[in-house]
Design a protein around this ligand. Structure first.
Ligand code: ADP
Ligand code: ZN
Length: 527
């Protein structure tokens, strides 16, 4: 490979053209790259496929010294290093499997200024010997990839990421770039705090995907007939169907093959060669349907995936967004469909409660994540808006392309009920989650006598509705951004600014959907 890395001081755009072969920066890349080249700490929130890698790779080439990239997985490091080397960029990664000879070579290359990128694990970064080595050489920047792993409120917490901030504090003057595709606002704040980057510039790309039509269908019986219906309109297309368990992957493959479709399974329990074969077929066959667990995903690069179907509720909206993001990368119209059995959410909830190995804090996080997922599923509003709001993007217009935008569900004004909930949330000091609040609003006979809650004004304020209906109302309010779940306070609900506005204006309508409409027929509605 010819060495193209002699780019110190070169203009970022020239590096983009010469090394990476691209004409122009994408919108937010230029802002990030300029800031990092100048030496500013920067936090980058960009969807998968948005082009995060260049945000640190170009500054890494332009700035003097070796860029240190912290990454959670060897497979990710290897993937990136291979891609850089293929472009003639001098990049390596350290793993414990490396022969000592190779290790010494890397150290020498860095000392002599011959390496531009070194990918390391957080465990490696922490080693005192490694830290003092870094102190003795020029470091261009620190990039923390998959930065959501820093936060225990994120969906993929790794305790080893927790210490990165301490190491970085030794390197004042070296810019830090933290990058992630998935972080709700609580997680974002936690990442910045943990990495000592509170002053960092924050660049957030839109997560909107205008070519994706998002929909959710709930069924009381078997999911296969509606799935088959859906697939009919995508005959001949490539798609992915996600399932939660290996057993269901296998069963779904059989079902589809039995219906004459071209399907193949993918999960971590399959022999490596079968998995490789499935990946190959996915890349090669026009009409292939891959049925997979979330193990399928990394390094998937096929632009014309026309649909992604979920037959089980994803555990988190972060994961869900990442998975549906694999559809329509080419920008052509594509669909993200969720077909759920009515009992599926309840089962998932029970699984979290029944898992004895979970520490309480972790259980609270998982519960909050699933509650947000449920809110998304139950919302009567625009799906894309609900997703974007979850990632902190508010004030976006309705997408016009999701199931609810195309066929608005029956709703009724639940403003009075919403105000009852918000008053209660505020009265209890935003300290309780949906279940407790529902019990306070609509207490069972004698049920809560021993609690202090009986003295609250809101105690029994919602006896006209069952606890289940109150929970449903609260989840819809979460989905529409009136309430937010605080994973850091064990899932307690908080009234958002929007929510407080509903309380201030007695006339403001709050649309609640047909499910509520169906189970609360006793409510008189003037419309
Ligand atoms: P992310 O890490 O955000 O998921 P990547 O950095 O892997 O995204 O980039 C996704 C794809 O977009 C890659 O194939 C990359 O080469 C391409 N890409 C990134 N920036 C540009 C650009 N400015 N112009 C054209 N393609 C780009
Ligand atoms: Zn919509």
């Amino acid at each position: 490979n010819q060495n193209v890395s002699a780019s110190e001081g070169e203009a970022p755009r020239d590096v983009l053209n010469r090394v990476f072969g691209y004409e122009d920066f994408r919108l937010d890349q230029a802002e990030v790259i300029d800031a990092v080249v100048r030496g500013e700490d920067t936090f980058v929130l960009m969807p998968t496929g948005g082009g995060k890698s260049l945000c640190y790779q170009i500054p890494g080439l332009v700035r003097k010294g070796v860029a240190i990239v912290v990454s959670p997985l060897i497979a990710l490091m290897k993937n990136q290093v291979d891609a850089l080397q293929a472009k003639g960029v001098r990049a390596e990664y350290i793993s414990s499997q490396l022969p000592p000879q190779k290790h010494r070579e890397i150290v020498r290359d860095i000392e002599e200024g011959r390496l531009d990128f070194l990918y390391v694990s957080p465990e490696r970064l922490k080693l005192p010997r490694f830290r003092s080595f870094l102190k003795s050489v020029d470091v261009a920047l620190f990039a923390i990839d998959e930065a959501h792993c820093v936060s225990q409120w994120g969906h993929d917490f790794r305790s080893s990421f927790r210490d990165i901030g301490t190491v970085l504090s030794d390197f004042s003057g070296v810019p830090r770039v933290a990058l992630t595709a998935t972080a709700d606002p609580v997680t974002q704040a936690d990442i910045l705090l943990s990495l000592g980057m509170q002053e960092a510039r924050q660049v957030q790309s839109s997560f909107s995907r205008p070519n994706l039509s998002v929909g959710v269908t709930r069924v009381e019986a078997d999911v296969f007939p509606p799935l088959a219906d859906f697939l009919k309109s995508y005959a001949g297309c490539c798609g992915i169907i996600y399932r939660a368990s290996r057993k269901d992957v296998d069963a779904t493959v059989l079902e589809l093959i039995g219906r004459g479709m071209n399907a193949v399974g993918y999960h971590a329990g399959m022999p490596a060669e079968d998995r490789a074969r499935a990946q190959e077929r996915f890349l090669e066959e026009d009409d292939i349907i891959v049925v997979a667990t979330i193990a399928f995903g990394m390094g998937i690069d096929r632009g014309d995936v026309r649909f992604v179907v979920h037959l089980d509720p994803p555990a988190t909206l972060e994961g869900y967004y990442q998975e549906i993001g694999r559809a329509g990368r080419d920008g052509e119209p594509s669909t993200a469909m969720m077909i759920l059995h009515d009992k599926a959410l309840g089962k998932q909830r029970q699984k979290i409660e029944a898992n004895q190995d979970l520490p309480d804090e972790r259980r609270a996080v998982l519960r909050s994540k699933l509650e947000n997922m449920t809110a998304f599923i139950e919302t009567p509003g625009c799906r894309m808006q609900t997703l974007l709001a979850y990632f902190g993007e508010t004030d976006t217009p309705a997408c016009g392309n999701c199931d609810h935008c195309k066929r608005p569900p029956l709703t009724r004004d639940g403003g009075a009920q919403a105000r009852t909930v918000i008053s209660a949330v505020l009265e209890v000091g935003e300290r309780f989650g949906t279940a407790t609040l529902a019990r306070i609003l609509s207490p069972g006979p004698g049920g809560d006598a021993e609690d202090h809650v009986a003295e609250l004004d809101c105690f029994g304020a919602g006896r006209d509705l069952s606890q289940d209906v109150w929970k449903l109302i609260m989840r819809q309010m979460i989905g529409s951004g009136l309430l937010a779940i605080q994973p850091e306070r064990f899932g307690a609900l908080r009234a958002t600014r929007e929510g407080r506005r509903v309380l201030l204006d007695n006339k403001m309508p709050v649309r609640l959907s047909g499910t509520w409409y169906a189970i609360a027929p006793q409510i008189e509605i003037e419309e």
